[in-house]
Design a protein around this ligand. Structure first.
Ligand code: ZN
Length: 201
């Protein structure tokens, strides 16, 4: 009555082990020298399988297919890893800016990331555009580590939100000029960059 309500995935996944031919082959694999790969759906020489070791029982997926599976799994976790790294690096900054929380959900942040960001998350940081507001997706920007260091060092000295915003603006407006040469005052006329940066609410 309740047997069919049990999750089907496990018995289904290894249904091939119930095949009498395969069963027989398993028992005599030390004689025949072949084993069934459930992905190739054919018998392959034993040396194309990982030998059982420790907790790893006899596997019914050849080495090629195990590698393929690992590769696909790693690709799926890369964006998650990038998100976790960016998030964990934003935490000390949260304290630095005196924020009590941050509101950066994974799907929205992943939307902001380029392939380069996902490949090298350790080189980038998620920084607030306005330091007087908590980090959120609209109030965040992806910067390089040196850019972050510059902003944070300036912030530690000034603790001035307006100055931080001007520093950020200068960083983005003239990325080639050295930060030390930035004028302390803001843009004479609010530019397009300024509007794009801070008109997010
Ligand atoms: Zn295979």
């Amino acid at each position: 009555m309740c047997d069919h309500e049990k999750p089907q995935s496990k018995p289904k996944r290894r249904a091939y082990l119930k095949d009498p031919n395969i069963k027989k082959a398993i028992e005599s694999e030390h004689l025949t020298g072949v084993r069934y790969c459930s992905k190739c759906d054919k018998f392959l020489p034993l040396d194309q399988f990982k030998p059982p070791s420790g907790k790893n029982k006899r596997q019914f997926m050849c080495i090629t297919h195990i590698r393929e599976k690992a590769r696909i799994e790693a690709m799926g976790t890369k964006p998650k890893r990038a998100y976790n790294i960016l998030r964990s690096m934003a935490r000390p900054d949260m304290l630095e800016f005196g924020h009590l929380k941050m509101n950066i959900g994974r799907p929205a942040v992943l939307h902001m990331l380029s392939e380069e960001h996902i490949a090298n998350p350790g080189e980038y940081c998620l920084m607030p555009k306005r330091p007087d507001r908590p980090l959120s997706v609209p109030n965040s920007i992806i910067l390089t580590r040196p850019q972050r260091m510059y902003l944070i060092n300036r912030w530690r000295k000034t603790k001035d939100a307006q100055q931080y915003m001007r520093d950020l603006w200068h960083l983005l407006e003239s990325p080639s000029s050295p930060p030390s040469s930035f004028p302390a005052d803001g843009p004479a006329h609010p530019s397009e960059t300024w509007a794009k940066l801070f008109d997010f609410e």
